[in-house]
Write a protein that binds this ligand. Structure first.
Ligand SMILES: Nc1ncnc2c1ncn2[C@@H]1O[C@H](COP(=O)(O)OP(=O)(O)O)[C@@H](O)[C@H]1O
Ligand SMILES: [Mg+2]
Length: 359
């Protein structure tokens, strides 16, 4: 196992600046997820760590060693891709043994390592099968098996579950987490799926347009997003954003919305009189209240899932999403008043998108 450091890394493809000054510190044994929308540079960064893509500027180190000039096969990493890339003409055993054979491992060691990985992944009965005789989940497990047998310093995953159906994805997600809890190998996992990031990561790195927007533990990012981008990206359904203006008052600052409605300023938020702000509140942090106390809205759609009730409601020009644990029978077009739970709202500067929070 090893720590991984990414220092001031830049990547250009010709004139296109794809990675723009990225710094990441990954501790030994940690499971780090790089998450962000498609095209933000996650795979490029991972491929630079793997040595499959040249580093334009900056430094990447694995353990004590700067690896900029180290070829991929000498970096002691193993990578698992989205399209498992199994060899179709080889059995599961041979697929898993392939890299060890290339490295001329002795037969006994090779068998021991493959059998151990197969046992960890529940592939023991499938070693003589060919990839076409396996389900999607089994193939993905073989792909992971190939990585495990090498006992690398670092596992790199690039959207390994994207080709699986929803149910299998959830199952494999738990398996990967369990695997990490067992092996404790430093892991870097790329996904565009924030739920995958939240559920798997010790630490999440949120990327956007080639820069790191925020790094932190999953619940830290959820509770304390540093800016509008992270606030909107982490959490599902997404946070509601309401443009407003900060009003300083002796009796307590307020946020004024375009229709004149006012709410108390979120506790920790700082700001100037007249400052344009964005008031953020998660769907699960809205409660129903009496008329006059919250945001007057008109119900658009009610969506019961059984476990909870999701409501879309119009507040001025903003469509708000609210999720309640209780069941509510609300007619479309009827009036509801929604109030953010005390201490749960966020305030951002409208111009910069940065959170307004006392240090
Ligand atoms: N080999 C390449 N040549 C030119 N542009 C590339 C190449 N690989 C990736 N890109 C561009 O770099 C950006 C980041 O791509 P990528 O790292 O694959 O994003 P992600 O994995 O986050 O979806 C995209 O705009 C993509 O088009
Ligand atoms: Mg990618």
């Amino acid at each position: 196992m090893a720590a991984v450091k990414v220092r001031n890394v830049e990547k250009y493809f010709g004139a296109t600046h794809v990675i723009r000054g990225v710094d990441i510190d990954i501790e030994d044994g940690q499971f780090t997820v790089l998450v962000g929308p498609s095209g933000c540079g996650k795979s490029t960064l991972l491929r630079m760590i793997a040595g499959l893509e040249e580093i334009s500027e900056g430094e990447i180190s694995i353990g004590a060693r700067i690896v900029n000039q180290v070829p991929p096969k000498e970096r002691d990493i193993a990578m698992v891709f989205q399209n498992y890339a199994l060899y179709p003409h080889m059995t599961v055993f041979d697929n898993m043994a392939f890299s060890l054979k290339l490295a001329r491992a002795p037969r006994a060691e090779l068998e021991e390592r493959v059998n151990k990985a197969a046992q960890i992944l529940g592939l023991g009965q499938l070693l003589e099968r060919y990839p076409r005789q396996l389900s999607g989940g089994q193939r993905q497990r073989v792909a992971m098996g190939r990585a495990i047998v090498r006992d690398p310093q670092v596992f790199l995953f690039d959207e390994p579950l994207s080709n699986l159906d929803a149910k299998l994805r959830v199952q494999m997600r738990s398996e990967i987490k369990e695997l990490h809890q067992r092996l404790r190998t430093t892991s870097i996992y790329v996904t565009h799926d924030q739920i995958e990031a939240m559920t798997l990561a010790d630490r999440i790195v949120v990327m956007h347009d080639g820069v790191v927007e925020q790094t932190g533990a999953p619940l830290d990012l959820y509770d304390h997003p540093a800016n509008v981008f992270v606030a909107g990206f982490i959490g599902s359904p997404a946070m509601n954003f309401l443009p407003g203006v900060l009003r300083r008052q002796a009796a307590g600052d307020e946020i004024e919305f375009p229709d004149g409605t006012r709410l108390p300023r979120p506790d920790q938020a700082l700001g100037e009189e007249g400052q344009e702000v964005i008031y953020g509140v998660r769907p699960e942090h809205l409660v129903l209240c009496e008329p006059g106390r919250g945001l007057p809205c008109s119900v658009v759609v009610v969506e019961p899932t059984g476990a909870d009730t999701q409501i879309l409601a119009q507040f001025g020009s903003v469509e708000l999403t609210a999720v309640f644990r209780e069941r509510h029978d609300l007619a479309p077009s009827s009036r509801v008043d929604l109030l953010p739970e005390a201490g749960r709202a966020h305030l951002f500067d409208a111009a910069s998108g940065r959170v307004l929070r006392a240090a």
